[in-house]
Design a protein around this ligand. Structure first.
Ligand SMILES: Cc1ncc(COP(=O)(O)O)c(C=O)c1O
Length: 542
């Protein structure tokens, strides 16, 4: 959608225009114009956020796509900034998804405190590139400080450790990444490289490659173990790192829906019996994407210690729970991890997109060092020497400022509200005869499904085969409920497939709720369930 036909003839691409775009506002008039634009963004969008929820018309996706088929770049300017902003507010925002609505309780993307918009604008205005000191200076130093703060939150070493490493230019406590996927990839990249120490002519897997590493170490296969609930980014990482994604071995979950320790131990025994297979990493999940479940991290740490396996904790979701005194014990054992992923754009409530990965050993990242002649030179202190990403924005400034504004207590309040709201929602679901809670919230995620009364009755006496048939009907009903509610545009829950009971052989369709918006109240939860009941009733009407 470009609308070339509406282009005012006064708009031309020339040096005068270029100067206007680059020159900072110096006089009163141009300052006022910029302020006016910022107001338009903040308040124009705010009005939209208050009015709209969800993808309002799913069917219009086809129509929307038809509107976006212009594949030619315009040679001359089409619009002034004010008009571009107005179009975004009027045409793009209402067709986007209002993830900030308190009725939007379906995904890990939600409302953010409004000051985040200001902080994001500041990072854009400064436009620092933390790949290197020459384009970031103090931002690189600040990033090291915030990395040490979060490292301390996870591993809580002695003061002397942090004094030694906080600004140590040789060591790294962690790195910022573009998100949880690249954080997991970075952790597993390091784990893979650590798995193959030098041997004879073989120097490193990074230099000599996968085949040479496996040959030098007399191995046939490298595997990663994680519960069935592991995030799919782990499989991507195994693909990229040359292991093959089929070598991410999913371990079954137990009655608590966390990794089954007996099956895990048996898998390690079986896999390593021939001495040709090595377990490269065991991953504990702290806040599973679909269920919010936390694996028994201390027990996993014991297993890793016993078998000398790299212990990675995927706390992309649950990591910030460590800021809550009340709920941090749920993550006991995370301090024994070798590496930990935490997303900033999840429960640190930062804007898209930012993640982090931490290493217990400040030397671990040495295994992925890269240099280039024009930047990240040997001996320099450039942060880009040990990161997967190249150019990177200063997301550390946003996290550092947010912690200043909120304090750990402010974050704890939001996190505790989420967990307690999820528990409240679970209670409400259990009380209603048309609902079945499928997974209890350990953190702030829960799943459930709707069951019409006649089917519930039949389920009571159904054998396995009949149950499967009834579950298939329920799957269809729940898909429809989720779709209709989403398209109605008032509220939103997501959906996934899970086992109904932990020992069931097949998966069922479940509705999934993620509670992270502090504005989601008990009344709103009632309204969401009422709406689902009304949808079910409408489906049952002839
Ligand atoms: C547990 C877990 N790990 C990793 C990821 C990947 O994070 P991202 O989407 O930021 O790449 C997610 C995303 O939902 C997640 O829930």
């Amino acid at each position: 959608m470009t609308g070339t036909e509406d282009r005012p003839s006064s708009l031309v691409a020339d040096w005068n225009t270029l100067h206007r775009v680059f020159i900072r506002p110096e006089d009163e008039k141009s300052r006022n114009t910029l302020v006016k634009y910022m107001e338009q963004i903040l308040f124009g969008l705010h009005d939209f956020l208050n009015k709209h929820v969800g993808v309002t018309e799913e069917i219009s996706l086809i129509k929307l796509a038809e509107e976006y088929t212009d594949t030619k770049i315009n040679a001359e300017p089409l619009k002034k900034l004010a008009d571009v902003i107005k179009d975004i507010i009027d045409e793009i925002a209402p067709r986007a998804v209002n993830v900030a609505s308190p009725y939007f309780i379906g995904h890990m993307t939600s409302a953010i405190p409004f000051f985040m918009v200001h902080l994001k604008a500041i990072t854009a205005a400064l436009n620092q590139n933390v790949i290197k000191l020459e384009t970031s200076k103090v931002l690189s130093v600040l990033e090291k400080q915030i990395l040490a703060k979060i490292h301390r939150m996870i591993f809580n070493f002695e003061e002397s450790f942090y004094l030694e490493h906080v600004q140590n230019t040789d060591t790294s406590l962690g790195v910022f990444t573009s998100g949880g996927t690249t954080a997991n990839l970075t952790a597993l990249w390091v784990a893979r490289n650590l798995c193959f120490p030098p041997k004879g002519d073989f120097e490193s897997i990074e230099k000599n490659g996968f085949h040479a590493a496996m040959t030098a170490h007399s191995l046939d296969r490298l595997v990663i173990l994680v519960s069935k609930r592991g995030h799919y980014s782990l499989r991507k990482a195994a693909g990229i790192l040359g292991l093959g994604n089929q070598n991410v071995i999913p371990i079954d979950v137990d009655s608590k829906r966390s990794i089954d320790l007996k099956k895990l131990k048996a898998a390690i025994k079986d896999l390593t019996a021939d001495k040709k297979t090595r377990v490269m990493a065991l991953i504990g999940i702290a806040g599973a994407t679909e269920t919010g479940i936390i694996d028994p991290l201390s027990k996993l740490a014991d297993i890793c210690q016993q078998h000398k396996i790299h212990f990675h904790v995927d706390a992309a979701w649950g990591g910030p729970v460590l800021l809550s005194e009340k709920y941090s014990p749920l993550l006991k054992g995370i301090e024994r991890a070798d590496s930990v992923t935490i997303d900033c754009h999840k429960q640190f409530y930062m804007p898209m997109s930012s993640g982090m990965v931490y290493f217990k050993d400040p030397r671990a990242l040495d295994t992925i060092v890269y240099h280039a002649r024009y930047v990240i030179r040997p001996g320099s202190v450039d942060l880009g020497i040990k990161t997967l990403e190249g150019s990177r924005e200063a997301n550390s400034l946003i996290l550092d400022s947010a912690l200043k504004i909120m304090g750990s207590k402010g974050y704890a309040l939001m996190i505790e509200h989420g967990i307690e709201t999820a528990k409240l929602f679970a209670k409400k679901i259990k009380k209603r005869p048309l609902f079945q809670l499928v997974t209890e919230p350990k953190l702030n995620i829960l799943t459930y499904r709707m069951i019409p009364l006649d089917i519930r009755k039949k389920l009571e006496t159904a054998d396995i085969e009949e149950r499967q048939e009834l579950d298939a009907i329920l799957d269809e009903i729940n898909i429809k409920i989720q779709r209709i509610q989403r398209e109605a545009g008032k509220s939103f829950v997501s959906r996934t497939r899970l086992r109904n009971l932990p020992d069931d052989p097949h998966n069922v369709l479940v509705l999934r709720s993620v509670m992270m918006n502090p504005m989601t109240t008990s009344r709103i939860l009632d309204e969401i369930l009422d709406e689902q009941e009304a949808i079910l009733q409408s489906l049952e009407e002839p």
